[in-house]
Design a protein around this ligand. Structure first.
Ligand code: SF4
Ligand code: SF4
Ligand code: FES
Length: 521
């Protein structure tokens, strides 16, 4: 393995490692535009130039392989001058429109110019080249004037999607990015190019002019859109989600998320939220308080258990619920109430898994936590509706949590056979509308918990939004209800629930929120 020195610090790297990557391992920043860790090397922007002892000219560090005995310098007068020259060249025609550019605040041109550029221009009077902005299709807008021709977007389609969709049209001064004639955008990964563009040339129409990025708060989360469990960063302001971006996790989603996940938050915006506990009075569901709602559930369950035994009481977890929620549901109904009638709502599959050239996969199963539910509940039973229909379940507690949940007419009729139905949900779903008591829960962006993805990786998602009205995080609702049956339930946080789960379920042994960190286990 080659050992080299970069700025007098020694490092040994795997054969084939580039100087740029070796420097990054030492924590030395080498500015770059065309280089992206997930794409093939273009070596075109020249921003990553370094000085290597014994070489007559500066070398591009992204395309120079680290060699044994190499002595690299990233901060010499020659390197500094080269960076200044490159930045000056890029800015000759780049509009100085940072105040109205969505990328401002997270733009590599802005940041590198501040750090490595000149404070003045030798070309202040020349007219800048002006070219029209293009709609590339879908949500992608190409601001031609801002493009620095790094070709990351071009290589993204070639290397990641596996189909060449964008190309550099024309040559030299007239070069710009275009969609190949006869091709069009429309892939589920399109939105990713707005993330990898180092400047404000590729913009997401869904976010354009919505917020300044430095005002956004960030919450590390996991996409609930399918069982892949892609790592996401939920970005909010004033308790509203403005955008979702990917978080790198090489073992799960590499650098990417699909557009179903990117825009998933809009699907929760129009749902009729439940903002307070509800209790039935005839045909109507009226608001009540938590105290009364939990008491009704406790008292009815105790009464029905007394008259018909625990076996007529059923509970339904969900592949949309977190491990903590499913675990608490099982703990409550199996250990405290004593029933084995535990079911899981399983959601839908949509077509087949779609795997891209680079291995990134969008899963057909449109739920985030089947794997976790299977670990907690064991084999998922499928005879819920038959059992209710036969009159063998009289009281049912149902956690839904699926925004697309729908009941068939037959299922609605079967539910009428129940003596008591309690539903925990974040919106007035089909089943909530039929309940005797409804407890207002939360959706993934409003709570903390874990999902276990299709690969068996358990990952933490964190709360990005405050809850509406009297709604609560679902684990907290179950703890409150659990305390009615056993005052020894002491859990005060989702993390406490995970600790309890880790103690009691072999598959989660040793797991804690601390150990899960940002990337899961
Ligand atoms: S649009 Fe962005 S990613 Fe594509 S070449 Fe231009 S600067 Fe690079
Ligand atoms: S692949 Fe699945 S988990 Fe990943 S972003 Fe898309 S919907 Fe979300
Ligand atoms: S990052 Fe090395 S040449 Fe562009």
């Amino acid at each position: 393995m080659p050992t080299l020195k970069i700025d007098d610090q020694e490092i040994t790297v795997e054969p084939g490692t580039s100087v740029l990557k070796a420097a990054a391992k030492l924590g030395i920043e080498i500015p770059h535009y065309c280089y992206h860790p997930a794409l093939s090397i273009a070596g075109s922007c020249r921003m990553c130039l370094v000085e290597i002892e014994g070489h007559r000219k500066l070398e591009i560090s992204c395309a120079t392989t680290a060699a044994d005995g190499m002595a690299v310098h990233t901060d010499t007068p020659a390197v500094k001058k080269a960076r200044k020259d490159i930045l000056e060249f890029l800015l000759i025609n780049h509009p100085l429109d940072c105040p109205v550019c969505d990328k401002a605040g997270e733009c590599d041109l802005q940041d590198y110019d501040y750090k490595y550029g000149s404070s003045h221009s030798r070309f202040p009077k020349e007219d800048k080249r002006v070219r029209p902005t293009k709609a590339f299709g879908g949500n992608i807008r190409y601001v031609t004037n801002r493009c620095i021709l790094c070709t990351r977007c071009v290589r993204f389609y070639k290397d990641v999607v596996g189909e060449e969709v964008l190309f550099v049209e024309n040559r030299g001064y007239r070069s710009e990015i275009s969609v190949f004639p006869g091709k069009e955008l429309g892939d589920k990964l399109d939105g990713s190019i707005t993330e990898i563009c180092p400047v404000g040339a590729l913009l997401d129409e869904d976010f354009i002019y919505q917020a300044r990025v430095w005002h956004l708060d960030h919450a590390k989360s996991v996409c609930p859109g399918c069982s892949a469990g892609c790592n996401i960063d939920i970005q909010t302001q004033h308790n509203k989600i403005y955008r979702i971006r990917s978080r790198e996790n090489q073992a799960v989603n590499q650098h990417w998320i699909c557009d179903d996940g990117r825009y998933i938050f809009h699907k929760f915006e129009d749902l009729e939220r439940i903002e307070s506990p509800l209790k039935r009075a005839g045909e109507k569901l009226n608001p009540t308080n938590w105290e009364e709602a939990l008491s009704i559930i406790h008292d009815r369950v105790v009464l029905i258990k007394k008259s018909d035994g625990a076996k007529v009481i059923g509970a339904v977890g969900s592949v949309f619920a977190s491990n903590e929620e499913n675990y608490l549901l099982k703990k409550l109904f199996k250990e405290e109430i004593g029933t084995d009638r535990l079911y899981v709502y399983t959601g839908l599959f949509d077509g087949e898994d779609v795997t891209y050239k680079n291995g990134f996969t969008i899963r057909a199963e449109k739920a985030p936590n089947r794997r976790g539910a299977e670990i907690i509940f064991g084999k998922i039973k499928s005879d819920l509706w038959k059992t209710i229909d036969k009159g063998e379940i009289k009281a049912l507690y149902y956690i839904n949590a699926d925004k697309d949940f729908k009941l068939t007419d037959a299922q609605k009729n079967i539910l009428k056979k129940l003596e008591f139905l309690a539903v925990q949900d974040f919106f007035l779903s089909d089943i909530a509308k039929l309940a005797n008591v409804v407890l207002p829960g939360s959706y993934f962006a409003e709570k903390t918990g874990t999902f276990t993805n299709v690969q068996g990786c358990t990952q933490r998602f964190t709360k990005a939004l405050k809850l509406p009205g009297l709604a609560k995080e679902d684990w907290a609702i179950l703890v409150d209800l659990g305390r009615r049956f056993n005052s020894e339930w002491k859990m005060l946080s989702a993390s406490d629930v995970m600790n309890d789960l880790a103690e009691n379920e072999a598959a989660f042994r040793g797991i804690s929120y601390f150990k899960l960190g940002d990337q899961g286990i």
